[in-house]
Design a binder for this molecule. Sequence first.
Ligand code: 0X9
Ligand code: ZN
Length: 812
Amino acid sequence: MVAALGLSGVVVIGLGWSTANAADNVLRSDKAVARSCFEKPLPKGAAGVDRREVTSTVDGLVQARLRPQGSGSGDWDVAVFDKATGKVVAASAALRSSELAESFVTKGQELVVQACRYTGSSRTVVLGVDFLAVDTQDAATQRAEIVRVETPTKQHKDRLFALGLDVTEKADATGVEVVLAGDADRATLREAGMKSTVVQADISAKSIENTKADREYADRTAASALPSGRTAYRHLYEYNFEMKELARANPRLVKAFTLPEATWEGRDVVGVEIATDVENTKDGKPVDFTMGVHHAREWPAGEHAIEWAHELVKGYRAGGELKSLVEKTRNIVVPIVNPDGFNVSREAEPKGDFSRFDYEMKRKNCNVNDSPEDLRAGACAANPAGRERGTDPNRNYAGFWGGSGASTYWGSDTFRGSGPFSEPETRNVRSVIANRPVTNLITLHTYSNLVLRVPGVADVRPPLDEPAYKALGDKMASRNGYTSQPSWALYDTTGGTEDWSYFATGGWGFTFEVGPNEFHPPFAEVVAEYAGLAPAAGAGKGGNRQAFIDMLTNTADPAAHATLVGSAPKGYQLQVRKAFTTPTSPVVQPDGSTKEPIQWADVIKSDLASKGGRFSWAVNPSTRPYVAGRYGRDPQGPPQAGIALANPDGIPAENTNFPGDATAERIPFHVDGMPAVDNGKMEVTVGWATPETDWDLYIFDSAGNLVTSSANGGTNTEKAVLFDPPAGDYTAVMVNYEQADPATPDDWSNLNVGFSSPLPTTYGPKEPYTLTCSDQRGNIVGLAEIYADRGQTVDVGDVCTRSARTAKERGK
Ligand code: 0X9
Ligand code: ZN
């Protein structure tokens, strides 16, 4: 039973697993035909197909599932068509016979369910069809919008994040764009007293407009500038079908694969690997890993990932630069990391009512286990509790998990999950990175035109690799026209993909926030961002296409990772492995207190199958960046002496509306620079008598830019911090926010500007890999500890035979 917002609670079974006649549920075909199941309804009796007709008993959802019968191997797909029009309603085309086709239907709609045997030996497959009623009765009140919330200080940002609203990545020094799903969110923001302005008044209306624009674009465009020529957003089933077709058409070059874990709703997650002699995954080449759609509504992320796969195949076939890059590397592309969430968002799009927002703007996955008990039942797409259920996959990685910028609350759009890697979606990504030499990784998101690198949290400090890391990010940003910066520069986040992958493995990792201002803009914008066409910021610079090529160029460059060379007999297996624990953040509790960090245990490995003779094997540096050290700089002089700023006469009127209302006191001061002083950090502090009075502090540079601020409530001090303050004239602005007793004003005092030296670079211990060599029977015949730094080539010699002899001699 389902009892939830937006759902009637009635689940009507059609051709369900348990109710229907068993024979009815078994579909059969004596022949496999590799073709699209969803393109059109095939005639009764056509080769490779079986079908059933059903009538929807609900206004709501249809779910058609396939399961293999017995232990049969093979690949069956499924599609549901509207009987009257022959139009596809839902489909599923993963690589095995575990399929879930799900979309929206109306009561009385006559449907044809078609199962297609694509490949393999299984003549039969088991079909289940369910109908789930969905109630959209409170539709009218729920206008969804995007607003820009004024957050002139970090405290404002923290206050905003504590509200649990759907905060976007569009943020700058003084504001953050936030999605308000409906009246409840509007009330939350209003009651918190935060100022905001409307950016997008009606997301549903905009979405309907976009859909119309997309139809027109597709109608007038024969083929886009994308490698595939696509002119419209793909459905989940199109992604999966395209990947297996790419593999079928290019058997030596492309391999489609299913990631180890099915999602919460039981969907297979599909990726492709592209390399010469693609089946030989243990050939020692460096791996470039491109992913999309951790976040359900960020459709362009999936489009760019799959287009990159097409690009590689086309580029390889065409010869030239991409061919030689593909020859030197292996490429893994997982366009849709979160298929459950994506399917909800993507299938809701044509509905054109309230549910458009709540479904179409879903961000998280479909884990219901952390939701309150009465909200745990019901299909994800039936949307009990709206978009609220689920874990944010990009807060669930172990890297600094549990700290700031992630929520402990099940319903928050940044809910971190019950523990590091609690989700199948993140464990799937982990399995690729932990078992393959992924030297380079891009995780695609939307929106804000950003190329983001680690760390997600300011306190972590930049890694030792910062100069090279920044240079690579800047290079890619020169192609797509985005801003290249560390993630924390916007706001702290913890549990993000590359904060785990980079700090654990040393493989470069970047988050791209594709596009200027929408989660899934009109499709023409996807094309422009990819190909570098107007109006994209990367117009004329190569766009994301060229940024991806830069990343692949870096993957192929031995200077950017580490290399082991040596020799081993044919058929012997080499492995490098390291096992270590890394602490998460101190784990934030719902009440704001923290508990001890979790010691997260990782095992990272990489395999090489020897072809005999010399080998060259790309690996990541052996030392985890987490322990390797932090990038800083040595002081080039003393810090500037502190400055005490005098309080001007009088006291400004109360002002709760700064900077809208300019009423304040302004005190100028000067920051010196080299060669006289070297300031690594500037701290401006001020105090007053009682915490019931509230003064706020803002620091502006000579051009009038707000460079730092401090605006707490409930304290009698403020402290504003700026790293590496440029020399020049500044102004401290004191705003009288509130007086405890206006009759006897509590004026501020002790306004001081303090300076300290930069923090120098630090170096931690070196960590080795354990290198083993096993013979054809799997016996370990060689063992060594190997240290390898970035850019280094380490000769491990004759690791198998040499150590085997040693082992034998020892045995005597
Ligand atoms: O918040 C996120 O997960 C990403 N932005 S989005 O709007 N697409 O949701 C940005 C994450 C950046 N931080 C790290 N990668 N650490
Ligand atoms: Zn995202």
